[in-house]
Design a protein around this ligand. Structure first.
Ligand SMILES: Cc1cc2nc3c(=O)[nH]c(=O)nc-3n(C[C@H](O)[C@H](O)[C@H](O)COP(=O)(O)OP(=O)(O)OC[C@H]3O[C@@H](n4cnc5c(N)ncnc54)[C@H](O)[C@@H]3O)c2cc1C
Length: 552
């Protein structure tokens, strides 16, 4: 006798949405997670809450004209699908674009979500009209950031739990998917000892018992591999990006361990596009870490000068905020696993944002009063979390002259690779172009283009200015580490979220959604992401599974 209609492995965003929707339809659901209750919501809690949506009132109010056709063209130019196994990923991408231009905003608004009025322009791309990148701003920052995204789903799941439709079981680590005659019939695993660690910190793995849960449908929503550097290195696409970095920082908690992927394969699931991944090049070592080797990503505006480890300027379009993987390839081609931003105080004040709910307490509070106080009334200086990194972060160097700055950069990195006179000449040449309304410098052109957008001019892009003018100082350099984050490939699924085995046939009773399914189909981003599509894919994937008659 089954314990439930569906058992869901992983109480992150995808699992919460699927559980809620199934229970809304009267299904009985068991929702399991290896972490304790305080980590409910998984990675989404820590996220910035940016969502990729298309042709919204927020965009229109900012003067942005978007459409499903333009977004689909951008998506396909970025994804560059080129493999036979891209069949389901491509169909998921098309379905998501339709959703993001259609019912998505109304559905989320009905759940209580709201968005910051200035739409962000993330991942501007590789410089070609038909290639990678967002033609227009589409990054909708949710009021309350990540906690604001999960809150309504957590509340509804708890209501269902109270009514007995959902059983929430924390500290249940799934080690096996139970099958009979090729069909999934349940899961088995270890019960882990309680742990009162802080949310997001690693929890103990002490086994205190075991368990089995039987259900008509088994749904895997266990997240990606970004917290498991061994898996990241094993899957690393050397041919496209060069050798895996020796040193990386972790952009995700330790529970993003990828264990369920092999467990799902053992039950008939099939991973595709495992070599496609999304790691950032602007990682900082967190001076106040929550999880091991905790890295924080800078979401940069376009003005910082970007140098490789040898002090050479990265070629356009490897500009801040443009082409994540193109820039990663360029950085790794030097044989080093870090790069540098060189900037002025004026740039850090206007352009540095840090990804993560805890790094944006004002937006996370969802109170205008806090946002105005933190961003407009704080007097001189960048927002407090950015200033804290500048003062305490291991990767920051601050100096009055370029010679002192370069000396400190050399001290930080070791090896005396940087030459102060070469860098001075480079910055002087760059500075001279800021007074030139024509300009031949591609980065200054990009800054001017960014400032054509009201949102960027208002809060994201500093007026072009001379870095070497002391009035704009002090000078700042930031060592940027490679930060692991997202898994673009994953378990192959059809449009119901049902796993498709290596033989191309559906695996009876077995489903996947969210990051473990490559956000849809086994990798709906293809090779490149447009940002906001990760949370978006978890919402969409959970929603589809929850509504599918194929489940339970
Ligand atoms: C700092 C940060 C900022 C981000 N910002 C954004 C953003 O602005 N926009 C955007 O689109 N995306 C963003 N993302 C990415 C996005 O948050 C994630 O991709 C998404 O939340 C993944 O959700 P998920 O439900 O698939 O998996 P997860 O959130 O990883 O949840 C999976 C759950 O499964 C559990 N689990 C795993 N294995 C087992 C097992 N064997 N047994 C039992 N339980 C198991 C885990 O404990 C976990 O709770 C950000 C991520 C981070 C970390």
């Amino acid at each position: 006798m089954a314990d439930a209609d569906a058992v869901i492995v992983g109480a992150g965003l995808a699992g919460l949405v699927a559980a809620m929707e199934l229970a809304d339809r009267g299904k009985r659901v068991v929702l399991l997670d290896q972490e304790p209750e305080q980590s409910l919501g998984g990675q989404a809690f820590w996220s910035l809450g940016g969502l990729f949506m298309i042709d919204t009132p927020e965009q229109r109010r900012m003067g942005i004209r978007d459409s499903a056709a333009l977004a689909l063209a951008d998506w396909m130019g970025s994804a560059q699908f080129d493999r036979p196994e891209d069949h389901w990923p491509r169909r998921w991408a098309e379905a998501y674009v339709e959703f993001a231009a259609g019912e998505m905003r109304g559905w989320l608004r009905g759940m209580g979500l709201r968005w910051f009025p200035v739409v962000g322009w993330a991942e501007r791309g590789g410089g070609y009209a038909d290639g990678h990148g967002n033609s227009v701003p589409r990054f909708h920052l949710t009021w309350g950031t990540g906690p604001g995204v999960i809150a309504p789903f957590v509340a509804r799941v708890r209501e269902h739990a109270k009514a007995g439709r959902i059983t929430l079981s924390f500290r249940h680590r799934v080690d096996r998917i139970l099958t009979r005659a090729g069909a999934a019939i349940g899961v088995a695993g270890a019960r882990l000892a309680p742990d009162d660690m802080a949310r997001g910190a690693p929890s103990n793995r002490e086994v205190v018992g075991d368990f089995e849960v039987y259900a008509a449908s088994v749904i895997i929503t266990s997240g990606g591999i970004g917290g498991n550097f061994d898996l990241v290195r094993k899957a690393w696409p050397r041919d496209r990006l060069g050798p895996a970095p020796r040193r990386m920082v972790a952009g995700v908690p330790a529970h993003v361990d990828g264990r369920m992927i092999a467990i799902s394969e053992a039950a008939g699931g099939h991973v595709i596009n495992g070599d496609r991944m999304w790691h950032y090049t602007e990682g900082l070592q967190n001076w106040d870490p929550i999880w091991p080797n905790h890295g924080i990503r800078i979401l940069p505006g376009p003005s910082s000068l970007w140098l490789d480890a040898n002090g050479r300027r990265l070629p356009a379009p490897c500009l801040p905020g443009f082409d994540t993987l193109g820039t990663l390839r360029e950085i790794l081609s030097t044989g080093h696993d870090y790069s540098w931003f060189v900037l002025s105080q004026k740039v850090i004040e206007k352009e540095f944002a840090l990804s993560g709910s805890e790094q944006n307490p004002d937006l996370t509070s969802a109170k205008w009063r806090e946002v105005i106080r933190a961003r407009l009334l704080s007097g001189k200086g960048a927002p407090a979390p950015v200033e804290a990194f500048k003062a305490k972060g291991a990767d920051f160097v601050v100096a009055k002259t370029i010679e002192d700055l370069v000396a400190d950069m050399n001290r930080l990195a070791g090896g005396n690779r940087l030459d102060a006179s070469t860098i001075r000449a480079m910055v002087e040449a760059r500075d001279a172009q800021t007074d030139n309304p024509f300009t031949k410098d591609a980065q200054i052109m990009a800054i001017l283009a960014a400032r054509n957008y009201r949102g960027d001019r208002l809060i994201r892009t500093a007026k072009p200015h001379r870095f070497l003018d002391p009035a704009n100082g002090p000078l700042i350099a930031v060592r940027l580490n490679i930060l692991t984050r997202k898994t673009l490939g994953g378990l192959q699924t059809d449009l119901n979220g049902q796993m498709i085995g290596a033989n191309g046939a559906p695996v009876p009773g077995l489903f996947a959604a969210g990051e473990v399914a490559g956000f849809g189909g086994g990798g709906y981003h293809g090779y490149n992401a447009l940002e906001g599509t990760f949370l978006g894919g978890c919402l969409f994937g959970g929603h589809r599974i929850g509504q599918s008659d194929a489940v339970a």
